[in-house]
Design a protein around this ligand. Structure first.
Ligand code: 13P
Length: 222
């Protein structure tokens, strides 16, 4: 019944703004970095900002790698100090998605880093991942159950009708699917595409089982 906000930062200033806001709201927070942001600034720079900014933090702060398709980047983030990573193998066939996600779980097994994985195709642009409307598809509930049964992931991102970027019309959220997947898997769900969703949509999704809410585009506008 509670969700943690996950905000895509771009640099030191935006990381600081997110942590300051979380302190002000007395809320735990997830700092997200896209692959581009990590490669632009470098692994050690991003982690050193996080270390400095959380030195006196009185709220829990996680550092999460968002939508990564590259196992090598994931490994370097784990080594550098990220506390959570997302392997996005959602464009691959189902069995390949399972294989790659398992590979990341093997890497994190001994170090306590959390793993998020995706199923289905979320429409829009996020970093270097572009999904056109005609390519987007919701996650299949039975596949979602199988995915989460085979993989002990910490957070699951099924495509449920939200979109990355600005919504062109009224978002068509598959609430029934969120409810079914959350109930049948028992895994905390990540709600991607948070920019532009109304408060009542957030509340409904969170009540149904979304425990992580991703916001990126809105911060860029701010
Ligand atoms: P928005 O850019 O639509 O807020 O989506 C963010 C997101 O889901 C990052 O993974």
């Amino acid at each position: 019944g509670y969700a943690v906000g996950a905000f895509n930062i771009l640099d030191y200033n935006s990381m600081r703004a997110v942590i300051d806001a979380a302190e002000e709201w007395r809320a735990p927070v997830i700092i997200q970095t896209s692959v581009k942001t990590v490669l632009f600034w470098g692994y050690d720079a991003v982690i050193s900002w996080a270390k400095q900014l959380t030195l006196h933090a009185t709220i829990p702060v996680a550092i999460h790698l968002d939508h990564c398709t590259d196992i090598d980047v994931i490994r370097k983030c784990i080594d550098a100090g990220w506390t959570s990573v997302m392997i996005d193998a959602s464009t691959k066939p189902f069995t390949e998605n399972i294989r790659l996600t398992q590979q990341v779980l093997d890497m994190t097994a001994s170090c306590g880093v959390s793993v998020e994985a995706e199923l289905g195709a979320i429409v829009g642009v996020e970093d270097d991942i572009h999904v056109k409307e005609q390519e987007a598809h919701l996650a299949d509930a039975d596949q979602a159950v199988q995915f989460c049964r085979e993989l002990p992931i910490d957070c699951f991102a099924p495509a449920v009708g939200t979109a990355h970027g600005i919504y062109k019309g009224e978002p068509k959220i598959a609430y029934d699917l969120i409810e079914e997947i959350a109930a049948r898997t028992g895994v905390p769900l990540a709600l991607h595409g948070g920019t532009g969703l109304a408060d009542d949509v957030f509340h409904r999704c969170i009540a149904l089982g979304c425990a992580k809410v991703n916001i990126s585009t809105q911060l860029k506008y701010a």
